[in-house]
Write a protein that binds this ligand. Structure first.
Ligand SMILES: [Zn+2]
Length: 236
């Protein structure tokens, strides 16, 4: 085996270590996105809960106001009844009786309003309960996502640490020029800076390659780059 082929073999070993780190870091990044998604879902659930509580408070306030109005109207009805009963003339009695009839209709309407509000309050309470449950679920999801993220971050850091030593040794054993070629390909393709050729197609990007290109890669005595994606090609 020529020296150059040995160098390419080292490159593959480097790729294996780098791919491990890349996968671990990607999992941590994915977990971080999940945490962010869970946090925005939690914020939306909290907003819904706040809105449901505000609606309930509003209905309860309107119901209390209606109660106050009903009490005042009942008092007024009592006064009108007294006037009807103690009227000294037909004219006064009739005037009071008309007013009484009108106020009684008003009282009926108010009582209906009050009943309707009580009904709505019950529904609003159920909505608050449902929103509380949804918010609890969302909060739990944030906690679970955060825990998973912490786990993935710790795993990524551990992988990085584990790989650092062997990676350093591999890099030290490589010719500077080849290491540079590898690193420049890795900056674009962190998981696969070097790849194979299958049936005249790049295994990295599936781009079509010439026979000549494939032959040169098979010779393993120079750095061959994919003309489409710039990955280093090697036919082991
Ligand atoms: Zn390619």
């Amino acid at each position: 085996m020529s020296g150059f082929a040995d160098q390419l073999n080292l490159m593959w070993q480097l790729r294996e270590l780098d791919a491990r780190v890349f996968a671990a870091v990607s999992r941590a990044a994915l977990a971080a996105r999940e945490t962010a998604n869970a946090a925005s879902a939690e914020a939306a659930a909290r907003k819904k809960l706040d809105d449901a509580k505000a609606r309930l408070r509003d209905l309860e306030r309107r119901e209390r106001d209606t109660e106050v109005e009903i009490n005042a109207l009942q008092k007024r009805l009592g006064q009108l009844e007294d006037t009807v009963n103690s009227a000294t003339s037909d004219a006064i009695r009739k005037q009071a009786a008309d007013a009484l009839a009108k106020e009684r209709a008003g009282l009926d309407a108010l009582e209906n309003t009050g009943l309707g509000l009580l009904d709505e309050i019950e529904k609003a309470k159920a909505a608050v309960t449902a929103a509380e449950a949804a918010h609890k679920t969302a909060t739990d999801r944030v906690a679970a996502a955060k825990a998973a993220q912490d786990g993935h971050q710790a795993a990524a850091a551990a992988t990085q640490q584990e790989v650092a030593g062997p990676r350093g040794q591999l890099a030290a054993a490589m010719q500077e020029e080849l290491l540079h070629a590898y690193e420049s390909a890795r900056s674009r393709h962190p998981d696969s800076p070097i790849c194979g050729i299958k049936d005249s197609f790049c295994e990295g990007c599936s781009g079509e390659l010439t026979m000549h290109h494939a032959t040169r890669a098979r010779a393993r005595n120079e750095v061959i780059r994919c003309p489409h994606c710039t990955r280093i090609h090697d036919s082991r």
